[in-house]
Every structure is written in C-alpha cells, then in structure tokens.
Design a protein around this ligand. Structure first.
Ligand code: GLA
Length: 380
C-alpha cells in the first residue's frame, strides 16, 4: 500500500470517515472505505453499510447491523468480479427471517443441547430457538444487534472495526462481555476477521462467521470441490448435538483430506448425512491451541475461484445449505434453492459447555479471547 493511501486510511480512521471523499481522490490505487445509510432496525435504530475496496478491485460490503457481510466481490480466472456470498439487496430481508446470511454469530455459535449448561456450579437456561436446542446465540444474537462502527486502516488493507457490549444476562448468558470484531479486506483478496473479547464474570463464548458462499454466483454448490485436512469429525444425534465421539473420517463420506466434490457422496446412505440432511457437521483439526492454520480449501471448476479458510479455531462447521428450500428470494432475484450456498464456520465444537472432553469455551475475567478467521480468494 502506498504512503498516501496509508495516510488516507489513518486519517479516515481518526476522523471517523469524514475525510473519505478526499481519500477517494487521494488514492489512485483505489483502496478505500465508504459508508452510506442503510435503513433502520425494527426498533428504529439507523444502521450503515460500509464498502471496503482494495487496490486490486475486490470489494466487501459490511453492515454494523449484525456485522453482516452483505456482498463480497472477487475475481474469477478471467479477472471478472462476481459476488460470492448469498444474502439480500436491502436490510429488509435481514430483518425478517434470515438463515444467518453473512452474519457475525455469538455469543455461542452452533448448538447447545436443550439450551442448558452449568458454569461454576450455577445452571443457565437459554432460548431453545432450534428446538430442542439453542442455536447461534439465541433469539436476538449478535447477528441482530447494532454494533458501534469505526473505519480503520491496516497495513494489510482497508478495514472496519465493530464493537458491542453485551450486558450480563443478555440471552441468558452470564457476564458483561465486550466484543470487538475487525474486518479487513486484505490486498491479497482475503476477508480477515479478528475477534477479541473480555468479560467481567466467567462466561462461555464461541464466535464465528456465517457467510453462505457460492463461488460460481449461481446454481447449487454440489460441483464445488472441498479439501479439509482433518482426520476426525464430531458425529451428531438426530438433533445435531455431538455424541461426544471424535470419529475418524477414514472410510466415510466425511473424508475430505483429498479434494472431493461436495456432491460426490452427499446422497450416500449414511446415518450422519441423514441427520444433517447433507453436511452440517464439525470437523476436528489436530493442532496446538490458537495455532493459525488452513482449515479448508474450496475450488469451483467453472470459474476457477478458490476459497481458502484459515483460522486459529480448532473446529470447522461445514454446512452444505441443506435448509435452503426455495422459500427465500435474495440478491438479484435469485431464489435460493436446496444447497445453493455453503458455510464454513471456524469455531469451537458444538455443545462444548456440556462436553468435558472438548476444548474449553469458558472465558474468565482478566483473559482476552482471540479468534482470527481469514477467507482468502484466488482463481486458477
Ligand atoms: C448452522 C447450522 C445449521 C443451520 C444453519 C442456519 O450452520 O449448523 O444446522 O441451522 O446454521 O440455517
């Protein structure tokens, strides 16, 4: 990034974006952040939409409502830019019933069995919004709250910082939790998410990101080829709660150690695939705690687009869009049919608060939670 641009981004950050029009003129490379009004929440709070542009022409639109990634434009093998995430054109769709398109998920991404857990001897009850379990932070999770936005400039590229203070008891979780999420559109065509959090009481936390990707920008995702260097996954019961076993993927349709089309085995006669209506499982990565590693690589043959998912998290929920059923019409009048998008959600394992053998999700006062996720795009 050139000096002028870096200065521009820093000035923009300091001025809360006021110098942005000047910045656009100042930045011949094209890397910048712009903001626009994006309507109001159900409660009438105005929200904004931020557009991050990097010098290579990639673009990410992010709202401070729910930390939503509303669109993400990346080049194909011919340099043609296309939106690779599902969602809605306007905020209205997100205010109705959305299956977490592009959302920042918290406090607890994925399921907690029957919405119950104990911590330090006290029992907690959460809303069972995915009967009979709790899912993705509750009725009004982090995907449905308004975050405090600040435009930031980083050496890696233009960014947006979002902050939210979740009060003690919100959605049934203990402790006042202060969460920061920084989104950076890196100059190597990555969307980097850096989550940090602190608490004033022991609590549980599992933040993740829930974009539905379709690297072709149309149709189903069955031809996308997935590689995940994971030897094990967490099998589930019929309500998608892990049984506690870490099962070897060897010899199962869950073995993606060699790149394989999503559709190659998805309809096999397999109890786990039946429970998930396809893939909706957590893969387990053998690595040191907090080690930043590649969790998945996805290739779409018709466009050449490739997505690499990297993270410090020990698990990855790969969800093949099995609950999309043609009832939602999203961006550009695209009706989202069965398996028209897939999610790659780096995370701690589902139901960890009730599974003593899974890595802990407890955050204590004085500790700082860190979680970094990168979705990096290229084409071949
Ligand atoms: C997650 C879950 C899925 C589904 C989607 C939202 O990825 O694992 O089962 O609930 O969210 O529809």
């Amino acid at each position: 990034m050139d000096m002028k641009l870096r200065t521009c981004l820093i000035l923009s950050a300091l001025a809360g974006g006021l110098l942005l029009s000047g910045c656009q003129a100042l930045s011949p490379s094209g890397s910048r952040v712009t903001r626009e009004a994006w309507g109001k929440t159900k409660e009438g709070t105005p929200v904004q939409l931020f557009t991050l542009h990097n010098a290579r022409g990639a673009e990410a639109k992010i709202s401070n409502y729910g930390g939503l990634v509303v669109s993400l434009k990346m080049p194909d093998r011919n340099g043609k830019f296309g939106d690779v995430v599902l969602g809605y054109d306007k905020i209205d769709g997100y205010l109705k019933d959305t299956p977490y398109f592009g959302a920042l998920i918290g406090r607890y991404g994925n399921r907690i069995a029957r919405g119950k857990f104990t911590l330090d001897g006290a029992s907690y009850t959460l809303a069972t919004n995915n009967y009979p379990n709790a899912l993705h932070g509750g009725v009004k999770g982090f995907d449905k709250v308004v975050w405090e936005p600040t435009i930031v400039g980083r050496p890696e590229g233009p960014g947006l910082k979002l902050q939210y203070v979740s009060r003690d008891g919100e959605e049934g979780y203990p402790g006042t939790l202060t969460v920061t999420a920084v989104y950076i559109l890196t100059e190597d065509n990555g969307l980097k998410l850096e989550f940090t959090a602190t608490t004033d009481k022991d609590t549980i936390l599992n933040l993740t990101h829930h974009s539905y990707f379709n690297l072709a920008g149309k149709g189903d995702i069955l031809g996308h080829e997935v590689m995940m260097p994971a030897d094990r996954f967490t099998p589930v019961d019929s309500t998608l709660i892990p049984t506690g076993e870490l099962k070897p993927v060897d010899g199962t349709p869950f073995d993606f150690r060699k790149s394989t089309a999503i559709g190659a085995r998805i309809n096999q006669d397999d109890e786990q695939l039946k429970f998930g209506k396809g893939y909706d499982h957590n893969w387990v990565f053998t690595k040191a705690p907090d080690q930043f590693t590649l969790l998945a690589s996805v290739y779409e043959p018709t466009t050449g687009r490739t997505l690499e998912v990297l993270s410090t998290e020990p698990g990855l929920q790969f969800y093949s869009g099995n609950f999309l059923d043609g009832t939602i019409t999203g961006k550009g009048k695209w009706t989202y049919q069965f398996r028209n998008g897939f999610c790659m959600e780096p995370q701690h394992f589902p139901d960890s608060p009730n599974q003593p053998n899974f890595p802990t999700v407890v955050l204590k006062p004085g500790q700082v939670y860190h979680n970094t996720i990168v979705y990096r795009f290229s084409a071949k």
